[in-house]
Design a protein around this ligand. Structure first.
Ligand code: ZN
Length: 257
């Protein structure tokens, strides 16, 4: 697979980086990513993945754009209110980078469709906003052996971690007990600042690009906690749990996944 003249120009400012290479760019072009949720985290994450040249991006979101989304979801504009988020994001991202294949999935992720949607992808970027979906995405990604970037944001604080199933701690290894519904305030209740979600979603894109290209060191067995109030960051070490119901039985994934 070779890069066209327009691709070489489009990606020239990352190709010139000493850490990057034509090979890294071609790896991205061959890669397939699934972004779950194209809201506060998914807007920046999907934007940077599409802009960087990830070959195929599937966008899973069953919601419609609401006026109260716009302060933190910069792929959706005021005239888009009422439209389907997955399809609107695909349209916007195709304007940004027509070299990328965009596949909207305007469906709710459920136990019956999570496996088939993530199967065959090279990375899943979980930008969902509920614990139920987060555990579902973790379990499906582990079962299919697909690398995963998990994150959450609330108010001014954020959290990001990367997972290679079978090799590093999964989300369930780090947080074995799913918080009961309603025990943690939602973004509707506790609020969130758009710029903070933008930082966390951008870190998710950075992690996904590292996992796909082999450039840099992803947050494997590490959880980044970021406090937007003073920009203090903490890295917490995690490790695989022997009896983890999601990943204990997963064989180590191949390097390319
Ligand atoms: Zn696990």
């Amino acid at each position: 697979m070779t890069l066209s003249d327009s691709e070489l120009e489009r990606y020239s400012r990352q190709l010139v980086m000493p850490e990057w290479s034509g090979e890294a760019q071609e790896r991205l072009k061959r890669a397939s990513a699934i972004v779950v949720g194209v809201g506060a985290l998914g807007s920046p994450a999907a934007t940077y993945l599409a802009a960087a040249g990830v070959g195929r991006i599937g966008i899973v979101d069953s919601d419609a754009v609401e006026l109260s989304n716009l302060h933190r979801q910069p792929l959706h504009y005021t005239p888009d209110v009422g439209g389907a988020k997955a399809e609107n994001a695909a349209v916007k991202l195709s304007f940004l980078n027509p070299e990328v294949q965009l596949e909207p999935y305007p469906v709710r992720l459920e136990p019956t469709n999570a496996g088939p949607i993530v199967a065959g992808a090279d990375v899943v970027v979980d930008c969902s906003d509920s614990f139920a979906t987060r555990y579902l995405v973790n379990d499906a990604s582990c079962a299919e052996g697909v690398a995963l970037v998990e994150a959450g944001v609330l108010g001014l604080s954020g959290l990001v971690t990367s997972i290679r199933p079978g090799r590093s701690a999964c989300y369930r290894c780090a947080f074995p007990v799913e918080p009961p519904e309603g025990s943690v305030p939602s973004c509707r209740e506790a609020g969130v600042l758009g710029a903070m979600a933008g930082i966390v979603g951008s870190i998710q894109a950075l992690e996904a690009l590292k996992l796909l290209t082999g450039v840099g060191e992803p947050l494997l067995d590490r959880i980044l906690q970021l406090d937007g109030a003073d920009l203090r960051q903490t890295i917490v070490a995690t490790e695989r749990r022997a009896g983890c119901p999601a990943c204990a039985a997963v064989p180590a994934a191949a390097e390319s996944r």
